[in-house]
Design a binder for this molecule. Structure first.
Ligand SMILES: [Mg+2]
Length: 208
């Protein structure tokens, strides 16, 4: 079976990365408030954090040490595998034996690539990796499925609903780990299963 997996909040503890990055900013004298405000500004029209843009905003305001913040930020990202959830690697190793894995992640290319590059021990299990700026992921998930029976695991209920509508043959699984941006958004239509962790996805795969 094809298994399509989201990255942030599904395999990767993005809130923990955010806290680690914030501590870099704080170390160099950027306040919690300024960090959050410029992070929000970096999103522009989109919903995703764009660190490069955030650095540019800080520089344009004359904030000192931005280059040092950037250097330390890059170091944090180099070791980003420490932010993988505990169940991620065992899960990937197990299911990759009998299934074809694809990663489908939403966000800015350069930031997503940096995160993924630090997670080589996870990304090696994927036959395909797609970074998209389409928050709904519907067409991309359909392409990755190749029309075959597939499972799509994501924490974002909107992406799952849109995918189900566009590609009804895809089994949609919402992962709710108890934190994350979409945690309090209700499940809308088109979600086949809801799980709390990847162990449950493993059980699901063996039953389908
Ligand atoms: Mg996600």
């Amino acid at each position: 079976m094809k298994i399509i997996l989201d990255f942030d909040h599904t395999l990767f503890d993005t809130p923990r990365l955010k806290r680690a990055v914030e501590s870099v900013f704080l170390k160099h004298g950027v306040s919690h408030d300024l960090f959050l405000r410029t992070l929000e500004q970096s999103k522009g029209e989109g919903r995703d954090w764009k660190p490069e843009r955030q650095f540019a905003i800080l520089k344009s305001r004359g904030v000192p040490h931005v280059d040092s913040i950037k250097d330390d930020f890059v170091q944090v990202l180099h070791g980003s595998h420490v932010f993988l959830y505990e169940d991620t690697l065992p899960f990937l190793e197990k299911i990759s034996k009998d299934n074809s894995l694809a990663l489908l992640t939403y966000g800015e290319d350069s930031f997503q690539n940096m995160k993924l590059e630090g997670c080589g021990r996870a990304t090696k299990y994927f036959k395909k990796i797609v970074i998209t700026q389409n928050i709904y992921k519907d067409k991309e998930a359909n392409d990755l499925s190749g029309g075959a029976k597939s499972l799509f695991v994501d924490d974002n209920p909107t992406a799952l609903s849109a995918t189900k509508q566009y590609a009804p043959h895809i089994v949609t699984v919402r992962i709710k780990r108890g934190e994350g941006r979409y945690e309090n958004e209700p499940s809308s239509g088109g979600i086949d299963y809801e799980v709390k962790g990847l162990g449950e996805v493993e059980d699901l795969i063996s039953r389908l």
